[in-house]
Design a protein around this ligand. Structure first.
Ligand code: AMP
Length: 282
């Protein structure tokens, strides 16, 4: 596996691959890789000739009081995992290489949907995501890029700017990968103590209750949200940031679930903010 440590390295690599006629797949990550990330890599391997993963804790998508400094960084271990699934190259730039002195260009998606869910609670987050993903797609000269449903709103944002800016890349969404006990895999799970890990099971358990109600015929948005809120509130360690149900991928307000809809939750367990979601009505 090639290690691409600089912007110049990835430019040279992707130029060579393009000239060889390869279909390039890109999987952006912030590292601390787990089975969720590796599933994205495997999906990309099947769909592209060459897979470039990026491992970059992107400073522009973190708010001033968020966990940028504390975010887990374990590049050597990440490389081992990437090699094990046959990734061809990993891009691991320094922040000053991506955002050098004088950098002043950002991609700002302005739709109402960016103000909901995590966009509402993390001002500037999607501006940072859209900016770095644009740069990564350009640098990798990606034909296809792969993102997790775990960050479903992020997929909506990325699809929007790729469409609006006529970027010739195919965006693929991969389902959420969970631990056997239901907990959605996340690099931030590493912050949880054993006790908090047990408490965190309430997220997937609450979504499962909503899914069951939906399967039994419940379609009313407020009722489904209440099932989730009531369930989350049975866990004393959980503090709800949001429980929302919108159409998907547009993220518009709905009263009943008639077509694909996103039931999305953000919950704090101790100091750790966790997200999870479920797509109903597909
Ligand atoms: P991150 O490193 O957290 O920025 O995530 C990189 C990519 O992996 C994003 O597209 C995430 O949505 C995706 N991802 C993270 N966790 C999971 C998971 N449990 N299942 C599927 N995809 C995931």
């Amino acid at each position: 596996m090639k290690i691409l440590a600089t912007v110049e390295d990835i430019k040279a690599y992707s130029k060579e691959m393009k000239e060889a006629g390869k279909v390039i797949g890109l999987v952006p990550t912030m590292g601390a890789l787990h089975e969720g990330h590796l599933t994205l890599m495997r999906t990309a391997k099947k769909a592209a000739d060459v897979v470039i993963a990026s491992v970059f804790v992107n400073p522009t998508q973190f708010g001033p009081n968020e966990d940028f400094d504390a975010y887990p960084r374990q590049f050597e271990a990440d490389c081992e995992k990437l090699r094990s699934v046959g990734v061809d190259a990993v891009f691991h730039p320094a922040p000053q290489d991506m955002y050098p002195e004088g950098y002043c260009t950002y991609v700002n998606v302005e739709g109402e949907f960016t103000k909901k869910l995590c966009g509402g609670q993390r001002p500037g987050h999607f501006r940072g995501v859209a900016t770095v993903v644009t740069k990564l797609i350009n640098l990798a000269r990606a034909d296809k890029a792969f993102f997790g449903q775990k960050d479903a709103q992020q997929v909506t944002v990325i699809r929007r700017f790729v469409d609006d800016l006529n970027i010739p890349v195919e965006i693929n969404m991969v389902p959420i990968v969970r631990e056997d006990n239901g907990l959605a895999r996340s690099s931030r799970n590493a912050y949880l103590s054993e006790e908090e890990k047990k408490a965190a099971l309430i997220l997937s358990a609450s979504l499962a209750k909503a899914h069951k109600a939906y399967d039994e015929g419940e379609r009313d948005v407020e009722t489904i949200k209440k099932i989730v809120v009531d369930s989350l509130n049975t866990e004393p360690m959980s503090v709800i940031d949001y429980v929302e149900l919108y159409s998907f991928p547009a993220l518009e307000e709905i009263k009943t679930v008639e077509k694909a809809s996103l039931l999305a939750i953000a919950v704090r367990i101790g100091k750790t903010r966790l997200i999870d979601n479920l797509i109903l009505g597909e």
